[in-house]
Design a protein around this ligand. Structure first.
Ligand code: NAP
Ligand code: G4F
Length: 336
């Protein structure tokens, strides 16, 4: 009989790629989605799997509905990907962020503990928990120092996952995933914003892009590679926590430069700090300018993964280079 997996946040970037991956592995895939007027499941449609997944319309905060679902379906795997995942919004929406990202997790863990204790659980932890990094590169032993309400809320759920594993002997694992992107990335995140903004500039030379901190450095990988690590964690006999990343970092400015080169746009960076601009060397038109409104109250300046534990124990490694990822994102954007 097919194994059953529940994915919360199935309408998001990772949810969609994970659903496809598990369907290809023969799982029966169930998804949790909150009702929304705007969600048209474009990612599941793009991957051509909308009709292959079973969707439950339940908000992660509806703890009684979550409990009855967990009790009635007795899932083999539960992947908790639902979250308010945009760091930049988390200062203005700190309470909602905390409710979804922290209390939502306890709703699931507690239901599993009481009603389905052989279910294996995956928690979507994040490199944002390292925040003001205490060591570089970051691995499972690096101390945490979150820098946003998002990071703090995820640290709570990370430790709750560890606590339920240690207290109740549940199969709960956390993936501490570094930034991962794809053509299906949400439009607010910087990589998608850069690629779509530059494609808009290519189509209409009067459009330009406004960005915040160009010096921030991230370890960017491809979401399609990262969902495999989620499955590998639950496929193992022993639950554990794993850092997942590429082991390479680039600044936001470097990401822009690679995308500009791929689009064959000739440019130069001019000025410094808030006055920095990227200008076309063909006609002097503005391509990118820095805007204070995209800076954060507290920044995570650099993130760089040391994924050696996952390499060794899960046999997982990042397969897609940043250059290939950017090409993939550009191709998708230009085909729209
Ligand atoms: P995403 O595209 O923002 O997807 C998040 C999903 O959660 C959306 O489908 C959203 O649905 C759903 N959701 C939000 N609140 C909910 C609620 N109350 N009840 C039910 N569903 C709810 O994020 P992602 O990039 O796929 O990331 C997946 C997970 O990994 C998140 O937990 C994120 O924090 C974590 N993570 C991501 C990265 C990354 O670089 N992508 C790195 C580390 C960790 P709506 O459409 O209704 O908003
Ligand atoms: O793309 P971002 O918004 O991603 P961020 O904040 O690193 O968070 C993402 O990765 C985390 C894992 O490390 C996840 F947990 C989280 O859910 C999310 O998926 O911003 C990346 C960097 C930041 O330093 C930001 O200040 O880009 C900088 N940036 C500069 N200009 C910008 C912009 N970010 C955004 N979103 N928009 C800008 O205009």
């Amino acid at each position: 009989m097919s194994k059953k997996a529940l994915i919360t946040g199935i309408s998001g970037q990772d949810g969609a790629y994970l659903a496809k991956y598990l369907l290809d592995k023969g799982f029966k895939v169930y998804g949790l989605e909150r009702r929304s007027a705007s969600n048209d499941n474009f990612r599941l449609k793009y991957l051509d799997i909308l009709n292959e997944v079973n969707i439950f319309n339940i908000d992660l905060l509806e703890h009684t509905s979550i409990a009855s679902l967990i009790a009635s379906e007795q899932f083999d795997h539960v992947y908790n990907l639902a979250a308010q995942s945009f760091v930049g919004d988390s200062w203005n929406n700190a309470i909602t962020t905390s409710q979804i990202n922290s209390i939502g997790v306890v709703n699931l863990l507690d239901a599993i503990k009481q009603l389905s204790n052989t279910t294996k659980y995956y928690q979507a932890s994040t490199s944002e928990m390292f925040g003001l990094v205490q060591n570089t590169p970051q691995n499972e032993k690096t101390p945490f120092y979150p820098r946003s309400p998002y990071g703090v809320s995820k640290l709570y759920s990370h430790w709750m996952t560890v606590n339920y594993r240690e207290s109740f002997n549940l199969h709960c694992s956390s993936g501490i995933l570094f930034n991962h992107e794809s053509p299906l990335r949400g439009s607010q995140f910087v990589t998608k914003k850069i690629v779509s903004g530059l494609c808009d500039y290519l189509k209409d030379g009067n459009k330009y892009l406004e960005l915040g901190n160009l010096d921030a450095e991230r370890d960017w990988g491809y979401a399609g590679d990262y969902v495999k690590a989620m499955f590998l964690m639950l496929d193992k006999d022993d639950p554990d926590d794993y850092v997942i990343g590429t082991g390479k970092k680039h600044s936001v400015r470097e990401f822009c430069s690679i995308a500009l080169d791929k689009l064959n746009i000739k440019y130069s960076w001019e000025g410094q700090g808030i006055n920095e601009k990227c200008i076309s060397t063909k006609d002097n038109k503005l391509i990118i300018q820095v805007s204070e409104k995209f800076f954060r109250p507290a920044e995570v300046n650099e993130l760089l993964a040391d994924p050696s534990k996952a390499n060794k124990k899960l046999g997982w490694k990042s397969e897609t280079s940043l250059e290939s990822l950017i090409e993939m994102m550009i191709e998708f954007e230009l085909s729209k």
